[in-house]
Design a protein around this ligand. Structure first.
Ligand SMILES: Nc1ncnc2c1ncn2[C@@H]1O[C@H](COP(=O)(O)OP(=O)(O)OP(=O)(O)O)[C@@H](O)[C@H]1O
Length: 230
């Protein structure tokens, strides 16, 4: 790991024990992600992509191996430190949007500020700016069920930016969207990388991977290939 690495993982293993049987979902994964990188993670179903993303997103802990985020070893963090890191350094975008149906667009965008205790003065205005940034300035008081899939994903992207994280993770962010909407969402993600944020996207789609700077392919819980585009 160098100071210019956003992420450094070494020999990461994740085993699940189900009914007395051990599933080795990750079997020794190592790679570094420099600050500002735009990385896609591909691989067949069951190869360990979501497991890896859950670890990178501090949503789960590895069985063994090290994972450093911005120079800090996540595996050794206490639970409250892990929650703090998740809230302030990371933005996560999911395939199924994961918006709260009872909240409006702007309230959904504010949610990470609530969790990180940053709902202070100016928060509402900042979140309104984020809604405008993703093209939803005229939908701020709508609820998720009143929005299209693409609009809901825009809300999720705006929400991932609420704490201004350096690092954005996305799990199949366009998996539920049609091709025109997919293109709009990918354009937004490209912009986030162009402004210097580090992006890691799990995808099945070549169209998505081709826009990124580098693709890692997982197979059976290991890195099969790691290629950077010219
Ligand atoms: N919570 C869990 N408990 C037990 N086994 C799990 C759990 N999560 C994942 N697995 C197993 O770990 C392996 C890797 O799963 P993972 O979901 O990471 O793959 P994936 O590449 O994301 O697949 P997909 O593309 O189908 O989403 C699979 O064999 C899966 O059955």
């Amino acid at each position: 790991m160098t100071s210019s690495d956003a992420v450094s993982i070494h020999d990461l293993q994740k085993h699940y024990v189900v009914g007395g049987e051990t599933v080795k979902a990750l079997r020794g994964v190592s790679f570094d992600v420099p600050v500002g990188d735009y990385l896609s993670i591909m691989g067949p179903s069951g190869s360990g992509k979501s497991t890896l993303l859950n670890l990178l997103g501090c949503l789960d802990r590895p069985t063994s191996g090290s994972f450093e985020l911005g120079g800090v070893d996540v595996a050794r963090m206490a639970d409250d430190q892990l929650a703090e890191t998740r809230a302030t350094s990371l933005g996560i975008v999911f395939q199924s949007f994961n918006l709260l149906p009872s909240l409006t667009v702007v309230e959904n965008i504010e949610l990470p500020l609530y969790y990180s205790g940053r709902l202070g003065r100016g928060a509402r205005e900042r979140c309104e700016q984020l809604a405008k940034r993703v093209g939803l300035g005229n939908r701020m008081d709508h609820r998720p069920t009143q929005l299209s899939g693409g609009q809901q994903q825009r809300v999720a992207i705006a929400r991932s930016l609420a704490n201004d994280p350096r690092f954005i993770l996305a799990d199949e962010p366009t998996g539920n969207l049609d091709s025109q909407t997919t293109d709009d969402i990918l354009h937004l993600l490209d912009e986030l990388n162009q402004e210097g944020r580090t992006l890691i996207i799990v995808t099945h789609e070549d169209e998505v991977a081709e826009r990124t700077k580098r693709t890692i392919v997982l197979r059976d819980g290991q890195v099969q290939s790691d290629k950077r585009r010219a």
